[in-house]
Design a protein around this ligand. Sequence first.
Ligand SMILES: [Zn+2]
Ligand SMILES: [Zn+2]
Length: 115
Amino acid sequence: MKPKHIDQISDKVLTVVWDDGHESIYFSDHLRKNCPCAHCAKRREQGEEDKPFKILNINPQDITFTSWRVMGNYAMSFRFSDGHHTGIYPFEKLRELCQCDICTGNAIRVTGRSE
Ligand SMILES: [Zn+2]
Ligand SMILES: [Zn+2]
């Protein structure tokens, strides 16, 4: 599975059209919170899942995409406004993190996002 088209809608919202036709939407804070790098994975294991931004001097709602790039044929990486950029998101992982209405069941969307 690969992205066919990637569009940055705003500094907090990115959309991906996959080669199977699925249209994904990603919010910067959601991707930051689920960062797959070893450091963040360890923090989540240690029970920081509910407050992954505890160590950051930034409000989670203020996390934005600074830049992003596609890495070869297997992953994307993002640089966030808190300076974090070591996470590599394999396409499969990225697809799991999709926040479209279908994937979220249309009910989990947190209110208060600026879309
Ligand atoms: Zn990380
Ligand atoms: Zn989806």
